[in-house]
Design a protein around this ligand. Structure first.
Ligand code: ADP
Length: 305
């Protein structure tokens, strides 16, 4: 008999986001790449899917508020570990003459310990039909956390899950470039579906073309690859020949934060329910085009597939 509920599980760090909202006033939000993807997947998935976020938080009031924020958006928080001696990470958005920059306070955040307890991590990922991990998730993990999470990704893949990896390359989160590249390729080898951004891959792996990015990740062991390339659209390599799907023209881009994350979550949700990569990419491009016309990472929409 088929199971009633299917599980979308995303693993990483959600931070407190502070954005200027007038002189000396800050507005509080919550965001982070893998959380954003879970949020957009939840908006597009039917009720027969559970969407869970897996991270570690503190036992403080801000951690409580973040959990309430997730729950209010239909995201399951039952697998979130609460660590008494840690706090959530935080970042502040600065806008200067239209250019955004970010300051982060995340170097000792609770999420860095999300893979410290192997049994808790295994329980959290158990039964996932779709598992989402990013290069940021791997970058922030302390101690043996990276290897533990990669091993858990391999187990999920063996158990038949779609294991999704977005390298989301952020050199500043890594101790050195060599470790970064080696660990990202190891993460990729544990995944079934890679969702990289071409400009990052070109910069940090020296790929000359989208085809080179696809070939590198295929050689590492990924079955399927979706290469995102901003306004130029995406290239889908599922099984046979690669196909290109255009982005949706946007007259005025307001804020590109979370373009890739909203694309990932929407694409995976559509693919899970309709099974057609091209249609999933068209839907995801539609959502991402909406998201970049609004400020912030978490944008409400009613664009159900
Ligand atoms: P990331 O945020 O990971 O770098 P991209 O910049 O490649 O990701 O963008 C992800 C998706 O967002 C693209 O595939 C496209 O659908 C959409 N997108 C991004 N920038 C634009 C743009 N300027 N115009 C229209 N769509 C865009």
């Amino acid at each position: 008999m088929e199971r009633q509920v299917q599980r979308f599980v995303s693993v990483g760090e959600c931070m407190v986001e502070l954005t200027g909202s007038g002189p000396d006033l800050l507005r509080k939000g919550y965001a982070g790449d893998t959380f954003n993807a879970a949020y957009y997947a939840r908006l597009a998935l039917p009720a027969s899917w559970a969407v869970d976020y897996v991270t570690a938080l503190g036992t403080d009031a801000v951690s409580d508020e973040m959990i309430a924020f997730m729950e209010a958006r239909g995201i399951g928080t039952g697998a979130i570990q609460r660590l008494a001696h840690r706090l959530p990470g935080l970042y502040m958005v600065h806008v200067h003459e239209g250019e955004r920059s970010f300051s982060y306070w995340r170097s000792s955040s609770a999420a860095r310990q999300l893979a410290a307890d192997e049994a808790a991590l295994s329980r959290a990922l158990d039964g996932a039909d779709i598992l989402v991990v990013s290069g940021i998730t791997l970058a922030i993990l302390e101690g043996e956390g990276r290897q533990r999470l990669i091993a858990a990704m391999r187990r999920a893949r063996q158990a038949g899950a779609r294991v999704v990896f977005d390298p989301n390359i952020r050199p500043r989160l890594w101790e050195d470039a060599e470790t970064m590249r080696a660990t990202l390729m190891e993460g990729a080898s544990a995944a079934t579906l890679l969702m990289p951004s071409f400009d990052d891959e070109a910069t940090h792996f020296g790929d000359g073309t989208v085809a080179a990015t696809i070939a590198r990740y295929r050689a590492a062991g990924a079955q399927d690859v979706v290469v995102k390339d901003g306004a130029s659209g995406v290239t889908l390599a599922f099984g046979g020949e690669a196909i290109h799907v255009a982005s949706e023209p946007v007259a005025r881009v307001v804020d590109t934060t979370s373009a890739g994350d909203s694309f990932n979550g929407s694409f995976l949700a559509h693919l899970a329910t309709h099974g057609n990569p091209r249609a999933a990419a068209q839907f995801a491009a539609h959502v991402a085009a909406h998201v970049i016309q609004h400020p912030g990472a978490i944008v409400a929409h009613d664009l159900r597939p």
